[in-house]
Design a protein around this ligand. Structure first.
Ligand SMILES: Cc1cc2nc3c(=O)[nH]c(=O)nc-3n(C[C@H](O)[C@H](O)[C@H](O)COP(=O)(O)O)c2cc1C
Length: 168
């Protein structure tokens, strides 16, 4: 099954989870940033898994990213702002009929959901959801991921692949 795990990630947590999900799905799955998941990378893809951090209780907005660029010097490490937001990527994603799943990285107690917003947009484009959205937890504002979350991401990826295989 050809699958891509697309991520927005500014401090690396979501990217690490995306790579673990891709490992769990199997050899034909690749983790790609929103800058990489365009054009030929989308051809023949049967499953799109898309994830972003939860920032300011929501899927990051363009104004948040602008603010992050302005305030970058105050962060412990500067944010990676080299790729488009998940929001912008979803705007350019062509309609499709494949399957889709969504995830977010976040602190455990926060209200809001990025995964729900991602899945809603993917469904509006015609992709059919597989599995429920998933959340992966960081220990502080910038990470690191809580111990065990990468294993959980691998397991979730494997479950998505199994669910797809079971429907064939
Ligand atoms: C400016 C900022 C705002 C954040 N807002 C939230 C939030 O509202 N809710 C939450 O659960 N986590 C929040 N977080 C934590 C991030 O979601 C978490 O660190 C995430 O894993 C970052 O992903 P990344 O490393 O892939 O960029 C925030 C972090 C930052 C730096």
């Amino acid at each position: 099954m050809k699958a891509i795990v697309v991520y927005e990630s500014h401090w690396g947590n979501t990217a690490a989870v995306a790579r673990a999900i891709a490992e769990g799905i199997g050899a034909d799955a690749r983790a790609l940033s929103t800058a990489e998941a365009i054009g030929a990378a989308l051809a023949g893809v049967e499953l799109i898994v898309a994830g972003s951090p939860l920032l300011g209780f929501s899927l990051p907005t363009e104004s948040m990213l602008k603010g992050m660029a302005t305030n970058a010097a105050k962060d412990p490490t500067p944010p990676d702002l080299s790729h488009p937001s998940m929001r912008a990527w979803l705007e350019t994603l062509p309609a499709g009929s494949g399957r889709a799943a969504a995830f977010e990285t976040r602190i455990w107690w926060s209200p809001g959901s990025a995964a729900k917003a991602i899945l809603k947009r993917l469904e509006a484009l015609g992709y059919r959801p597989v599995g429920k959205g998933e959340r992966f937890i960081v220990e502080g504002k910038y990470g690191p991921l809580r111990t065990g979350e990468l294993d959980r991401a691998r397991t979730w990826g494997a479950e998505l692949a199994q669910e797809m295989a079971g429907e064939r």
